[in-house]
Write a protein that binds this ligand. Structure first.
Ligand SMILES: [Zn+2]
Length: 341
């Protein structure tokens, strides 16, 4: 764009944080894959549904139990095991090994998509994830010294690094203690038989869903990153749909979808959420509105879509160390402090 056409420069965007509405981000497996394209810090791969048994290394355990797992969805395999009733020890061993594999994953030391994402949102914003892996929490922990204004994290299917005190509705790190009552956090349960996928039975998950429902109602922008809305999550998508409201009641809001699937497929999957042309599809997080207007996405939304002004982009640098990335964010954080946000 010609520089003379710009109404809001990147410096003005940085300087002018406002008390604005929420931006809610929903993460699926594709986001954790994008954060660790070459595996974790030790090259370990994130299991996905169609290679889950091999990646986690539980094939021989299932063989011994006489469970046919080849080419089957892991959730179905687990449900069969749970339903059989008589294989309690195998089921427990399986749960233990799945948890142990995910718990051992470590984010690479270089900045990842998750570091960019966590730093690019503020405390009014929300990241809700379906992923069990500890990557998002690890990204959060290594940036929280930069600012205490980081987004709320919600774990819609539980997380290996997350603990919860149901009595006080307080979340924290697994293994840590509740800041209110001092009691040990209860670790999240990860695996549920499909037939019992009832969120109300797990307090941590029920609380996360209640907060995401509220968060969606109060959001101006909704970003869906790497979440394929599988048929096994039909109930989950229906819950999100109810919270977001009908597309026609959401005429000013914007949805952005970050996904590698075709635009047609995505528009189909999310048709209930999208009002006419109010959506954008990006193949990469770094092309998204959040990435181009870090910590100012809602302000930028107002400038561009409501006031029809030409705005300059302000993407964080992609190459460099985590320390350099943190330094880059300093002027944004300082402007927020100065504004009392
Ligand atoms: Zn407590």
């Amino acid at each position: 764009m010609d520089g003379t056409m710009i109404d809001i420069s990147r410096e003005e965007e940085i300087r002018n944080p406002k008390d604005v509405r929420r931006h809610l981000v929903l993460l699926g497996a594709g986001a954790s894959c994008a954060a660790t394209p070459h595996g974790d810090a030790k090259g370990r791969r994130l299991p996905v549904m169609n290679n889950f048994v091999e990646t986690v290394g539980v094939g021989s355990l299932l063989d011994k139990a006489g469970i046919d797992w080849a080419k089957r969805n892991f959730e179905d395999v687990y449900s069969e095991l749970a339903a059989s009733g008589g294989q309690h020890e195998v089921k427990e061993e399986l749960e233990r090994r799945v948890e142990s594999y995910f718990s051992g994953l470590v984010l690479p030391s270089q900045p990842t998509v998750y570091d960019h994402l966590v730093l690019s949102l503020r405390k009014k914003d929300v990241i809700a994830t379906f992923n069990w892996d500890p990557f998002l929490i690890q990204a959060y922990r290594r940036s929280r010294h930069v600012t205490d204004s980081l987004p709320m994290l919600l774990f819609l299917h539980g997380c290996v690094a997350h603990g919860f005190c149901a009595k006080d509705d307080v979340s924290g790190l697994r293994g840590a203690r509740c800041s209110r009552c001092g009691g040990a956090f209860t670790p999240d349960r990860l695996l549920f038989p499909i037939s019992q996928k009832d969120y109300s039975t797990a307090p941590s998950v029920a609380s996360a869903w209640e907060k995401v429902r509220q968060g969606l109602e109060e959001s101006l922008m909704f970003t869906i990153f790497g979440y394929g809305a599988p048929t096994s999550d039909r109930d989950a998508v229906a819950l999100l749909q109810r919270a977001w409201g009908s597309a026609s009641s959401r005429q000013l809001e914007q949805i952005e979808i970050i996904d590698i699937r075709s635009e047609e497929e995505l528009a189909n999957t999310w048709s209930g959420f999208i009002h006419t042309h109010h959506y954008d599809v990006f193949r990469s997080f770094h092309d998204s509105f959040i990435a181009n207007h870090p910590r100012r996405s809602i302000e930028a939304f107002g400038n561009q879509y409501l006031d029809a002004r030409f705005i300059e982009e302000n993407p964080a640098p992609l190459n460099g160390t985590l320390d350099e990335l943190h330094s880059w964010f300093t002027p944004l954080v300082q402007a927020e402090r100065a504004a009392g946000l």
